[in-house]
Design a protein around this ligand. Sequence first.
Ligand code: A3P
Length: 347
Amino acid sequence: MAQAAASESGKSGTKTPTSAADEAEPKSYSDLLSTLPARGGWVSLVQYQNYWLNPGRLQHIIPVKELYKPRADDIILATYLKCGTTWLKALAFAITTRGRHHHAGAFAADDGGDHPLLTVHPQEAVPHLEVHTPGQGLADIEMLQSPRLLGTHLPLSLLPPAVVATSGSGCRVVYLCRQPKDVFVSLWHFVMDMRGGRSPVEMDAALSMFCEGVSPFGPVWEHYLEYWKESLARPEQVLFMRYEEMVADPVRAVKTLAGFFAVPFTEEEERAGVPEEIVRLCSFETLSGLESNRTGDLDCGDNTVIGKSTFFRKGKVGDWENHMTKEMGKKVDDVFEEKLKGSGLVF
Ligand code: A3P
């Protein structure tokens, strides 16, 4: 088991690099920060190479490109925030480790099962490239045995080019995206939770920033497009998935993932209902009801802790309608339609 994940809205502020990982950047991060465009309001962000990032996390984000050494058998689970990272991590973990953990009763949430996901938060089960729990940075990830399962919220352009190299080191990348209106609503609640239920701005103002592209790891459409284009160019390396499709047919999604990971279910496993068991184990209902996911905090480093339950809110498609007006919804639709025009990616 590795480190906590969730790079999202941690505390902001400048920090001088201290670890070996930070040496990749010639300038100190506080020097760099002072040169970057900054925005406040809903969340504090700085713009670095076209993306809006949490300034307090730069010293973990920037070195990834140089210091993460992709291996051909790495599996990277890439997502924009609130697109279902926790779910994808759980599913990928359960699929790839099923040989070790699948035996009668192992998945039984209420009856003495001993599957790791019954006691370990999915965000902890799969380390995140840019989130460093104290003592577990990129150097620790480098020491993990292959095959590694890794998460990231970084856009493709902030990852090493070797991640999608055609030969040699190219990894397999699963990208999970979600309908942007639900992403915004989920993010809005997440940021509120992080701040004890308060927001410095009204939802309208936050939505305007989101639609301008000013959200953590935003613009969201650029994040989506980078992986989308790569998935079209190299479908064997980048699998592009949608949260809504996973909700509609999770068993199919689990089978697709297993095939992509090169560990397809055998006929015997299918007959025994293993894909269905994995779906049940990783369902919103099961995971959100577990004591290990309902109580306690994830330590994300840099004095940032996130309540474990914060990653489970409703898990519904279309919840935006309960929080946004039709006009607000249209604003998001219009922006995404315009920004994604011609790409073939539609919501
Ligand atoms: P909502 O806020 O809309 O409920 P992430 O893991 O990327 O931070 O995404 C969090 C979103 O995924 C939240 O959406 C959360 O409720 C939902 N989620 C978490 N676990 C899930 C699961 N097992 N199945 C479906 N959705 C899940």
